[in-house]
Design a protein. Sequence first.
Length: 278
Amino acid sequence: MTHQFCKTSMRWILLVLACIAITAGCAGFERESKPAAVPEIHPGILAGYLQPEEHPNSLALIPPPPAEGSAALALDEEVSRESRALRGTPRWELAAKDAELMFPEAAGSFSCALGTPITEMGTPHLYMLLRRTLADAGLSTYTAKNHYQRKRPFMVNKEPTCTPDEEEHLMKDGSYPSGHTAIGWAWALILSEIAPDRADAILARGRAFGESRNICNVHWHSDVAEGRFMGASAVARLHADPAFRAELEAAKAEYEAVRAKGLKPTRDCQAEADALGQ
């Protein structure tokens, strides 16, 4: 009786120890699967993957902004007039949403195109990837921005923007090239690599994200065009960075897991599609 009791007790002890080991292992895996903490370089803005000297040099890579009297400037002005005609429409409202680069709000910008939600809890590596590349792509525009100090459309045409609270800051920040567009296009390229089956929708959304800056009356057409170029330049450079590549692979695994669960974006994707159709 005593021998049988000891055997039973030992089995229970081994079972409990096994459960503890499994639980500890799972907890350890969960800890390892979360991105490492990253410092802020500005309130709400995380440090990117690249060092300052590694950012593409926009002043060396893009031409000067269109000159007075040029066909390129005439095109800028024409696109600006056509874009301002959308003021007060759902497309204007979407452009105002696209202006938001702070997280968690910004994480939803591409969720409809991706077909899944992007959240800090559900897709931590993807969330971190977007937050950090915001700095890399955005900062890549500043050597040209600071050099040319081009005036923004609303400063010239004296008409409203979709983000009136930001106008004072924008007046001091050069228009050429567009940092928002660089960020949006970098995100589109990265997300299309994570979800190649959704690439067309993602890239179309990335293009629209930049065009939102025209509609908001805060950027010229040429600002947006060269912003896309700088976004692509930043992504090309990022692919040489080991930390970025590791985060990218982790984000791919997260996307597959979320897609397998059938999770859907929390945004009104039909309303977004209707607005983009304008």
